[in-house]
Design a protein around this ligand. Structure first.
Ligand SMILES: *Cc1c(COP(=O)(O)O)cnc(C)c1O
Length: 412
């Protein structure tokens, strides 16, 4: 063999006896076949076989297998983000003339996808009150092909009665999809409560280090796998094995990270809840929070993400007060090692229900830092909100703000 050729041809080296605990990163677009007949028959290899890098490698299949097991489903597919896993889970099963009913509390980009793209394709899109199976029952009809859930809802944390919802959906032959990002497959198993499809933002807790984007779609039966696999293949959507390896590494520590983040979140949520400028804390694991009973009935645990509703006179001062934080970072996404906060606006993302609380919520994701440092940081934030609110009140009353005080008495 000439040197040029040696450079190109990969020799087979002995691999048996090399048994690492980690998963190898198998990169490959081309898969080679031993015979022309093998190549001609490659489509017959099925979903577990290998025919082209886009459709899966041993690395991505390993991650899919683990997720299938945790979700107690039939098959899992990986996508480059969870926004794409949600969009594809819908796209695979909806045609012109079909209707989808989406929880009003869904991840906002899901609303955008449904309103812009599904409607353009002739799918009828409507939203329902995530907390009211009666509202769902009122809106569902014979052309409804899918009911979309997200439990608890993005930012506002409504826990859904999935068994009731599934019963209503299945009565008209509709599929139930559920975005399970907040709980992760460790703390909630939607397929066991009637969902047919479950999606996860692996980007968040499963990968766990804020350095990779990935989503998953797990289906409850083999019959549902074909349509998802078809759309992924035709749109040419697959994930990098390097990214899959990062998610696999993250998953190994998922249970301990989640448990730690949950304990921290409980402590911080309690500090917020006891502060006079906080109206309520939205965290299903907190006794007294709306949805707590359903959470206790169906979930195995909670993660470290919750939202804070401030009183009307404090709310507007929250964004500026965030600049006082020293440990928490300000940013979107969550579920990483670093604690995060993000001011979120709710009202613009509602159509089936009315958001009656303050429009601005503070979303908090507890990370893995020492709790003492996090408590001190929350103290700094609350002191800054207090300071700014007091200052505003004083300057308003200096302007003859009798009227202001009357209007802003908020039932403390
Ligand atoms: C973050 C998030 C997503 C999107 O995840 P990406 O991987 O960032 O696209 C979807 N659903 C929920 C509930 C989320 O919080």
């Amino acid at each position: 063999m000439k040197d040029h050729t040696t450079c190109v041809v990969t020799p087979k080296v002995k691999a048996d006896g090399f048994d690492p605990l980690g998963v190898a990163v198998h990169r490959g677009s081309t898969i080679v076949f031993r015979t022309a007949e093998d190549y001609a028959n490659r489509a017959k290899r099925g979903m577990d076989g290998y025919s082209y890098g886009l459709y899966g490698t041993p690395t991505t299949r390993t991650l899919e297998r683990k997720l299938t097991q945790l979700e107690q489903g039939a098959r899992t597919f990986l996508t480059p983000s969870s926004q794409s896993s949600n969009a594809i889970a819908m796209q695979a099963f909806l045609s012109a003339g079909d209707k989808i009913l989406i929880a009003d509390s869904c991840y906002p980009p899901v609303r955008d996808f449904a309103v812009n793209d599904l409607r353009r394709q002739g799918v009828s899109v409507d939203f329902y009150d995530p907390s009211s199976p009666f509202d769902l029952e009122r809106r569902i009809d014979d052309v409804t092909r899918m009911v979309w859930c997200e439990s608890p809802g993005s930012t506002t944390m409504e826990v859904q009665d999935l068994p009731r919802i599934a019963e209503i959906a299945h009565r008209v032959g509709a599929l139930v999809g559920c975005d399970n990002t907040w709980a992760t497959p460790l703390n909630y198993k939607p397929l066991g409560y009637g969902a047919d499809i479950v999606t996860e933002a692996l980007t968040k807790y499963v990968a766990g280090h804020s350095d990779v984007l990935m989503g998953s779609i797990t289906v409850s039966t083999e019959a549902l796998a074909g349509p998802v696999r078809g759309v992924l293949g035709r749109y040419g959507i697959g994930v990098s094995p390097d990214d899959a390896a990062l998610v696999l590494r993250g998953m190994e520590t998922l249970p301990v990270r989640l448990a730690y983040a949950f304990e921290s979140a409980m402590e911080l949520a309690t500090i917020f809840q006891e502060h006079p400028l906080v109206d309520r804390v939205l965290f299903p694991a907190l006794p007294g929070c709306v949805g707590h009973e359903l959470w206790k009935r169906d979930f195995l645990g909670a993660s470290g993400v919750f939202s804070v509703v401030f009183t009307p006179n404090a709310s507007e001062h929250v964004p500026a007060a965030l600049d006082q934080l020293q440990i928490f970072a300000i940013g979107a996404s969550w579920g990483g090692t670093r604690s995060l906060v993000a001011p979120m606006q709710v009202r613009a993302n509602r159509s089936a229900t009315e958001w009656k609380d303050e429009d601005l919520l503070l979303r908090v994701s507890a990370g893995l830092e020492a709790r003492e440092d996090l408590r001190a940081d929350v103290g700094r934030l609350l002191a800054a909100v207090e300071e700014k609110s007091r200052h505003a009140r004083v300057s308003m009353s200096a302007l003859g703000g009798m009227q202001y005080t009357l209007n802003n008495k908020q039932g403390e």
